[in-house]
Design a protein around this ligand. Structure first.
Ligand SMILES: [Zn+2]
Length: 218
Protein backbone atom coordinates (compact mmCIF):
# COMPACT_ATOMS: atom_id res chain seq x y z
CA UNK A 1 0.00 0.00 0.00
CA UNK A 2 1.24 3.49 -0.82
CA UNK A 3 1.30 6.08 1.93
CA UNK A 4 2.06 9.77 1.89
CA UNK A 5 3.42 11.45 5.05
CA UNK A 6 1.72 14.78 5.62
CA UNK A 7 4.54 16.27 7.66
CA UNK A 8 2.01 17.14 10.34
CA UNK A 9 3.07 16.05 13.81
CA UNK A 10 0.52 15.87 16.58
CA UNK A 11 0.00 14.23 19.94
CA UNK A 12 -2.12 11.16 19.59
CA UNK A 13 -2.19 7.40 20.01
CA UNK A 14 -0.51 5.48 17.21
CA UNK A 15 -2.93 3.72 14.86
CA UNK A 16 -0.51 0.88 14.17
CA UNK A 17 1.01 -0.13 17.53
CA UNK A 18 3.70 -2.59 16.50
CA UNK A 19 6.07 -4.12 19.07
CA UNK A 20 8.33 -1.09 18.65
CA UNK A 21 5.55 1.46 19.11
CA UNK A 22 6.36 4.52 21.21
CA UNK A 23 2.86 6.00 21.08
CA UNK A 24 0.62 3.44 22.73
CA UNK A 25 -0.20 6.34 25.04
CA UNK A 26 -0.54 9.86 23.56
CA UNK A 27 2.84 10.89 22.08
CA UNK A 28 4.11 12.65 18.94
CA UNK A 29 2.81 10.93 15.82
CA UNK A 30 2.84 11.86 12.13
CA UNK A 31 -0.29 11.91 10.03
CA UNK A 32 0.02 9.86 6.86
CA UNK A 33 -2.50 9.48 4.09
CA UNK A 34 -3.01 6.05 2.67
CA UNK A 35 -3.95 5.71 -0.94
CA UNK A 36 -6.24 5.03 -2.56
CA UNK A 37 -8.89 6.91 -0.64
CA UNK A 38 -6.61 9.26 1.29
CA UNK A 39 -7.56 7.87 4.66
CA UNK A 40 -5.60 9.55 7.43
CA UNK A 41 -3.65 7.43 9.89
CA UNK A 42 -1.59 8.71 12.79
CA UNK A 43 1.58 6.75 13.20
CA UNK A 44 4.68 6.97 15.37
CA UNK A 45 8.10 6.94 13.77
CA UNK A 46 9.15 3.37 14.73
CA UNK A 47 5.83 1.97 13.48
CA UNK A 48 6.15 3.86 10.20
CA UNK A 49 9.62 2.39 9.74
CA UNK A 50 8.41 -1.10 10.64
CA UNK A 51 5.63 -0.95 8.05
CA UNK A 52 8.11 0.14 5.38
CA UNK A 53 10.60 -2.55 6.39
CA UNK A 54 7.97 -5.23 6.27
CA UNK A 55 7.12 -4.10 2.74
CA UNK A 56 3.53 -3.37 3.73
CA UNK A 57 3.80 0.36 3.14
CA UNK A 58 5.56 2.21 0.40
CA UNK A 59 6.32 5.90 0.70
CA UNK A 60 5.24 7.99 -2.23
CA UNK A 61 7.72 10.59 -3.32
CA UNK A 62 10.37 11.61 -0.83
CA UNK A 63 12.63 9.01 0.68
CA UNK A 64 12.52 8.55 4.41
CA UNK A 65 15.77 8.58 6.30
CA UNK A 66 16.49 5.12 7.60
CA UNK A 67 17.24 4.45 11.18
CA UNK A 68 18.84 1.25 12.36
CA UNK A 69 18.73 -0.08 15.92
CA UNK A 70 22.47 -0.01 16.39
CA UNK A 71 25.17 0.94 13.88
CA UNK A 72 28.85 0.23 14.37
CA UNK A 73 31.43 2.27 12.50
CA UNK A 74 35.10 1.58 11.91
CA UNK A 75 37.89 3.76 13.24
CA UNK A 76 37.73 5.52 9.84
CA UNK A 77 33.99 6.15 10.43
CA UNK A 78 32.79 3.78 7.75
CA UNK A 79 29.59 1.86 8.45
CA UNK A 80 30.64 -1.72 9.18
CA UNK A 81 27.84 -3.39 11.06
CA UNK A 82 24.09 -2.93 11.17
CA UNK A 83 22.37 -4.48 14.19
CA UNK A 84 18.65 -5.13 14.24
CA UNK A 85 16.88 -6.32 17.36
CA UNK A 86 13.92 -8.59 16.74
CA UNK A 87 12.21 -10.91 19.12
CA UNK A 88 10.95 -14.25 18.09
CA UNK A 89 7.70 -14.78 20.01
CA UNK A 90 8.49 -18.31 21.23
CA UNK A 91 11.71 -19.99 22.26
CA UNK A 92 11.43 -22.43 19.36
CA UNK A 93 12.83 -20.47 16.48
CA UNK A 94 11.82 -21.88 13.09
CA UNK A 95 14.48 -22.58 10.53
CA UNK A 96 14.89 -19.70 8.05
CA UNK A 97 13.23 -17.21 10.41
CA UNK A 98 16.37 -15.08 10.62
CA UNK A 99 17.00 -15.32 6.88
CA UNK A 100 13.50 -14.04 6.13
CA UNK A 101 13.81 -11.14 8.57
CA UNK A 102 17.12 -10.04 7.07
CA UNK A 103 15.74 -10.27 3.55
CA UNK A 104 12.72 -8.12 4.44
CA UNK A 105 14.88 -5.50 6.09
CA UNK A 106 17.43 -5.30 3.28
CA UNK A 107 14.94 -5.39 0.42
CA UNK A 108 12.35 -2.97 1.79
CA UNK A 109 14.08 -0.61 4.17
CA UNK A 110 16.62 1.12 1.98
CA UNK A 111 19.33 0.56 4.60
CA UNK A 112 22.67 0.77 2.82
CA UNK A 113 24.70 -2.38 2.47
CA UNK A 114 27.19 -2.77 5.26
CA UNK A 115 29.96 -5.39 5.41
CA UNK A 116 28.20 -7.12 8.32
CA UNK A 117 24.62 -7.58 9.39
CA UNK A 118 23.64 -8.84 12.82
CA UNK A 119 20.20 -9.89 13.92
CA UNK A 120 19.79 -10.14 17.68
CA UNK A 121 16.98 -12.25 19.05
CA UNK A 122 17.95 -11.64 22.67
CA UNK A 123 18.34 -13.65 24.84
CA UNK A 124 18.06 -16.57 22.41
CA UNK A 125 20.33 -16.21 19.39
CA UNK A 126 22.61 -13.85 17.56
CA UNK A 127 22.77 -14.26 13.80
CA UNK A 128 25.65 -12.79 11.84
CA UNK A 129 26.03 -12.40 8.11
CA UNK A 130 29.11 -11.33 6.30
CA UNK A 131 27.65 -9.46 3.34
CA UNK A 132 29.25 -9.95 -0.02
CA UNK A 133 28.70 -8.23 -3.35
CA UNK A 134 26.45 -8.94 -5.11
CA UNK A 135 24.16 -9.11 -2.12
CA UNK A 136 22.51 -12.49 -1.64
CA UNK A 137 19.22 -11.80 0.10
CA UNK A 138 18.39 -15.47 0.58
CA UNK A 139 21.65 -16.31 2.29
CA UNK A 140 21.49 -18.18 5.58
CA UNK A 141 23.46 -16.62 8.45
CA UNK A 142 27.19 -17.32 8.54
CA UNK A 143 27.11 -17.68 12.30
CA UNK A 144 24.33 -18.59 14.70
CA UNK A 145 25.40 -18.05 18.28
CA UNK A 146 23.65 -18.56 21.58
CA UNK A 147 23.25 -15.06 23.01
CA UNK A 148 22.70 -15.90 26.65
CA UNK A 149 26.27 -16.48 27.77
CA UNK A 150 27.65 -13.50 25.86
CA UNK A 151 25.02 -11.00 26.95
CA UNK A 152 24.19 -12.23 30.44
CA UNK A 153 26.36 -9.62 32.14
CA UNK A 154 24.66 -6.78 30.26
CA UNK A 155 21.18 -8.18 30.70
CA UNK A 156 21.79 -8.19 34.45
CA UNK A 157 23.59 -4.85 34.54
CA UNK A 158 21.03 -2.75 32.73
CA UNK A 159 17.71 -2.63 34.48
CA UNK A 160 14.60 -2.90 32.43
CA UNK A 161 12.22 -0.46 34.01
CA UNK A 162 8.80 0.04 32.56
CA UNK A 163 9.89 3.51 31.48
CA UNK A 164 11.69 2.14 28.46
CA UNK A 165 10.19 -0.18 25.92
CA UNK A 166 11.49 -3.74 25.79
CA UNK A 167 13.08 -3.08 22.42
CA UNK A 168 14.88 -0.01 23.64
CA UNK A 169 16.19 -2.05 26.56
CA UNK A 170 17.45 -4.79 24.23
CA UNK A 171 19.09 -2.16 21.99
CA UNK A 172 20.84 -0.80 25.08
CA UNK A 173 22.09 -4.28 25.95
CA UNK A 174 23.47 -4.80 22.43
CA UNK A 175 25.04 -1.33 22.33
CA UNK A 176 26.71 -1.80 25.75
CA UNK A 177 28.23 -5.09 24.71
CA UNK A 178 29.44 -3.70 21.36
CA UNK A 179 30.90 -0.60 23.02
CA UNK A 180 33.11 -2.76 25.22
CA UNK A 181 34.01 -4.92 22.25
CA UNK A 182 35.19 -2.02 20.04
CA UNK A 183 37.22 -0.64 22.93
CA UNK A 184 38.87 -4.06 23.09
CA UNK A 185 37.84 -4.50 26.68
CA UNK A 186 36.78 -7.97 25.63
CA UNK A 187 39.34 -9.89 23.65
CA UNK A 188 37.82 -12.51 21.33
CA UNK A 189 41.15 -14.33 21.29
CA UNK A 190 40.97 -14.95 25.02
CA UNK A 191 37.28 -15.68 24.95
CA UNK A 192 36.32 -18.89 23.13
CA UNK A 193 32.63 -17.91 23.08
CA UNK A 194 33.58 -14.96 20.88
CA UNK A 195 35.73 -16.87 18.39
CA UNK A 196 33.16 -16.16 15.65
CA UNK A 197 33.75 -12.42 15.94
CA UNK A 198 37.41 -12.95 15.27
CA UNK A 199 36.99 -15.61 12.55
CA UNK A 200 34.45 -13.54 10.62
CA UNK A 201 36.76 -10.52 10.52
CA UNK A 202 34.19 -8.44 12.40
CA UNK A 203 36.55 -7.70 15.27
CA UNK A 204 39.17 -6.17 12.97
CA UNK A 205 36.49 -4.19 11.13
CA UNK A 206 35.06 -2.47 14.21
CA UNK A 207 38.06 -2.34 16.55
CA UNK A 208 38.52 1.18 17.96
CA UNK A 209 35.36 2.21 16.14
CA UNK A 210 32.14 3.73 17.42
CA UNK A 211 28.72 2.42 18.36
CA UNK A 212 25.61 4.52 17.72
CA UNK A 213 22.10 3.65 18.86
CA UNK A 214 19.15 4.56 16.66
CA UNK A 215 21.60 5.70 14.06
CA UNK A 216 20.35 7.41 10.94
CA UNK A 217 22.05 5.92 7.93
CA UNK A 218 21.90 7.15 4.36
ZN1 LIG B 1 3.45 3.22 16.86
Amino acid sequence: MKVEPSGVVMIDICSIQTDKCVAKKPAPVTAVWTSPGRTQMNVCRPCLEEKIRAGEWEIQGARVEQRVDVAVYSKEQQLQLVVEVKKHPTSVVPKNWATKIRKNILVHSGIPNSPYFLLADVPNFIYLWKNREPMDYEKAPDYVISAKEILEKYLNQISSTDKVSEYYYLELVMASWLKELVKSKISPQENPALKWIFDSGLYEAIKSGSVVMESTVL
